[in-house]
Design a protein. Structure first.
Length: 166
């Protein structure tokens, strides 16, 4: 897809992390290519480039507002430090105010095997299903699996099941 021009991949080296430069480069590519769908992997790179770090929320608000005004649907990731465990560290709690839809993808251990679970945290201006679902990432894409009706502590990474076995 890169060779035929349907996909463009931009990489930002860690040694060249000037926050405004990253944003300008990204927006220039969006304008030049007429991008309508954008995937940013991930916002953690912007966090590392933010000097001072307190500037990040306002910067990302401006960036996401500009992308929204351009009609760009943006999906971004932010890798959490605690993939499995009793707590998920939220790097910026105020960040959810600038995001329209927020999903949490976690690992959970069941019977000595890791499984991914998906939780919808927020959908702006709409009702949503707050239940947890298993999810697999396959060669066919993202596959939503079973609803976890009987799992306790699934978001903590270690679930206790009364009936469900994966």
């Amino acid at each position: 897809m890169v060779e035929c021009g349907a996909l463009d991949v931009m990489w930002q080296p860690l040694t060249e992390n000037l926050l405004d430069q990253i944003g300008h480069r990204l927006l220039e590519a969006v304008h030049r290519r007429g991008v309508r769908r954008l995937f940013i992997d991930g916002f953690g790179g912007f966090h590392r480039a933010a000097v001072p770090p307190s500037r990040l929320v306002e910067y990302l608000a401006a960036l996401t507002n500009e992308l929204r005004a351009l009609g760009v649907t943006t999906v971004a990731t932010w890798e959490l430090r605690d993939l499995v465990g009793t707590q998920a560290s939220n790097p910026y709690p105020e960040f959810s105010s600038i995001i329209d839809n927020l999903l949490l993808l976690r690992q959970m251990e069941v019977q000595a095997k890791l499984h991914r679970i998906l939780a919808v945290i927020k959908v702006r201006d709409s009702a949503f299903d707050p239940r947890l679902y298993t999810v697999d990432i396959t060669d066919r894409g993202f596959v939503i699996g079973q609803r976890l009706d009987s799992a306790d502590r699934a978001l903590a990474g270690k679930a206790d099941f009364t009936e469900l076995r994966l």
